[in-house]
Design a protein around this ligand. Sequence first.
Ligand code: CAA
Length: 283
Amino acid sequence: METKTFGVVGAGQMGNGIAQVAATSGLQVIMSDIKEEFVQRGLANITNILTKNVEKGKISLEEKDAVLGRIKTSIDLKDMADADYVVEAATENEPVKFQIFRDLDAICPPHVVLASNTSSIPIVRIAAQTKRPNQVIGMHFMNPVPVMKLVEVIRGLATSDETFQITWDLAIKFGKTPALSNDYPGFIANRILMPMINEAVYCLYHGVGTREDIDTVMKLGMNHPMGPLTLADFIGLDTCLAIMEVLYEGFCDSKYRPCPLLRKYVEAGWLGKKSGRGFYSYQ
Ligand code: CAA
């Protein structure tokens, strides 16, 4: 069945980016969150980016209005009953995601695919919360969603070929390049990215280099757009730690142990850009 209305659960950094690319591709979008202020903040962010794109001459004012006109916001998950495909982009927390999938399974018509933007929680565990595990899949966007070209598509044990194909085709419709990953801790993206970031934190912890030198080496030496410590601040140190824990527990392998300094920063509430302080200060 053709996807006409695309549901996004969560209006935060990832959710509003996903809503923007879906609406830009011509789909009707329902973006939900638990509080009106969260959906309004998400919508304001989308409006802001589209306004900048108009100023840069990338899109016309009419196109901006048309994209915004396709986005409906909601603070009632039951509104997802009108969507043909739903992607969950709530906080990276198992009990929260599990409850959303149980609720969506009860709310959404039987043909609807339920995808998760999880960066590391096994799809098989999320799928097991529903009575439609064959229609559950990982659709992992990268931050900032409107800019990054990749969508990592994660097939769970029970994901059907049809669910996979619908998801793959949607990623292409959104102007992204999909890549397929099987369902192992961290998938492909974070299996490789997070140990690199964690190692950068170890370099700081062991005094191998200052934060600036560590970032400069990776930026200028490896041509990364951001140094690993800046990137960790951008992603959120709590998210980085949570993903390292998933790798560590999932593989029972000490090579994935989170750096004690990363844990200390998170315990101090130094979560990166969003809290005003991480490896760098953002006051
Ligand atoms: N939303 C929308 N657009 C944005 C944006 C945002 N948050 N941030 C930047 N942009 C746009 C800018 O408007 C600009 O657009 P134009 O080319 O049209 O002018 C373009 O991106 C480049 O931005 P800047 O010139 O301001 O800065 P930059 O060249 O340093 O690029 C960046 C910024 C794209 C974020 C770049 O630094 C980058 O690619 N960083 C690495 C990002 C990355 O690795 N993301 C993956 C994180 S991991 C993840 O998401 C998954 C996970 O599970 C943890």
